[in-house]
Write a protein that binds this ligand. Structure first.
Ligand code: S3P
Length: 421
């Protein structure tokens, strides 16, 4: 589907809620599948990525009952009778590798064309050290992955090479059924929902900054209302910051410190942005974000340690940087090359087509601003966050932006084009 976004001449104002958090929804489905007793998940993300997790778990015998905005779950994992398809979702593939390694049956996980190019050795290696039988295509590099799980894995102490919440979570899920302690040490703190939720549900888990240890434990069934996704909110925030006269409030949004590096960076850039935590759900802070038009935006530096807390927001931050005064330098972001697309390349290619002055580095980007976004024809690279970034680019452009294969927004934000129009 080709979508044309025309320049927005009127302010973007109002009170919004964004789609439910993708990371929390995946984890809620997975944890409910292994919990003792039933769980009720209110307001889960009903979009493609999380549906992939639900479908894979259904194949493994988990019962999901959907009733409007609520999903009740009853777990009891058993051997699936067919291949599990994780679709476009890295979180589904990697977390399920960890989970299924700890159950004594055979399973095979595959994914779409993009996911079959993304690295899987990062989860296979530690899981094999825990004594799971797990192999992947092309010398363990890629999906499909075949697993013969084990009733009792062996706990390990493992230092991650990359700060990846998906890899950390895969090991922690496996550790829930392993003998001894399973310890994960991260080079920088990545999103910590798995450990927060496990703790809230009664697992034996200790969290000390970048070191998490878990022991064989059971978790209880739960009731959770999923808050809005700050990564989806980032696109609406960008519109408010960049269109004169705008002012928006986003309610019921997740404000976990490991997810709000983008908001903090915007503040450093001099943007009009505020947020406030109003409640906690299963240990996760939830609250309100306010953003308004920001006339003077300053260029900024983003370094390697900061990347995990804004990993999914780099595309939209790059667009905002085209409006900032000076050169924005994003470094230590090589992980972006193995996301839904090679995001350093797709950001550079597509933003330069519409008028940005942007240079690609092996591990990041240099963006010179302020530059006029002229507009033009672009491609989503079949990547939801690139498609949404380009749509915001269209709103602030002089003559509009056309986006090929724009339907990929449905991966995380169904209805996106209606919300911004
Ligand atoms: C996610 C972790 C991040 C992020 C992805 C969701 C998660 O990936 O990019 O969109 O839910 O754990 P990595 O942990 O591989 O960096």
């Amino acid at each position: 589907m080709k979508v044309k976004i025309t320049p927005r001449k009127v302010p973007f104002t109002g009170e919004f809620e964004v789609p439910p958090d993708k990371s929390i929804t995946h984890r809620a489905y997975i944890l409910a599948s292994i919990a003792e007793g039933p769980s009720l998940i209110e307001n889960p993300l009903r979009a493609k990525d999380c549906n992939s997790t639900m479908e894979c778990l259904t194949r493994c015998g988990v019962e999901f009952h959907i009733d409007g905005n609520r999903v009740s779950v009853r777990g009891n994992l058993r051997e699936p009778d067919d291949i599990l398809d994780a679709g476009n979702s890295g979180t589904t593939a990697r977390l399920l590798c960890g989970l299924l390694s700890s159950y004594p049956f055979f399973s095979v996980i595959t994914g779409d064309e993009s996911l079959r190019k993304r690295p899987m050795a990062r989860v296979i290696k530690p899981l094999r050290m825990m004594q799971a039988e797990i192999i992947g295509r092309n010398e363990d590099r890629f999906l499909p992955v075949a697993i013969k799980g084990r009733e009792e894995l062996v706990g390990i102490e493992y230092k991650l090479d990359v700060a990846s919440a998906q890899v950390k979570s895969a090991i922690l899920l496996a550790g829930l059924r392993a003998s001894g302690k399973t310890v994960v040490i991260e080079p920088a703190k990545s999103r910590d929902h798995t450990e927060n939720m496990l703790k809230a549900l009664g697992a034996k888990i200790e969290i000390e900054e970048n070191r998490i240890s878990v022991e064989r434990s059971k978790i209880r069934g739960f009731h959770l209302r999923v808050p809005g996704d700050p990564s989806s909110a980032s696109f609406l925030i960008a519109i408010a910051l960049l269109i004169p006269g705008s002012h928006i409030t986003i309610k019921n949004v997740l404000l976990n410190p490991t997810r709000i590096g983008f908001l903090e960076k915007l503040r450093e850039m001099g943007c009009n942005i505020n947020w406030e935590v109003t409640e906690y759900r299963l240990n996760e802070p939830v609250g309100v974000i306010e953003a308004s038009y920001s006339e003077e935006i300053k260029a900024v530096k983003v370094n390697k340690e900061e990347i995990p807390s804004m990993i999914d927001e780099i595309p939209i931050l790059s667009l905002i940087a085209t409006r900032a005064h000076g050169i924005t330098e994003i470094r230590g972001a090589e992980e972006l090359r193995v996301k839904e697309s090679d995001r350093l390349k797709s950001i550079r290619e597509e933003l330069s087509r519409i008028g940005a002055k942007i240079e690609e580095l092996p591990d990041g980007l240099l963006i010179e601003g302020p530059a006029e976004i002229e507009g033009g024809n672009t491609h989503s690279h079949r990547d939801h966050r690139i498609a949404m970034t380009l749509a915001v680019g269209g709103l602030i452009s002089r003559r509009g932006v056309e986006i090929e294969e724009a339907e990929w927004v449905d991966i995380s934000f169904p209805g996106f084009f209606q919300v911004i129009s």
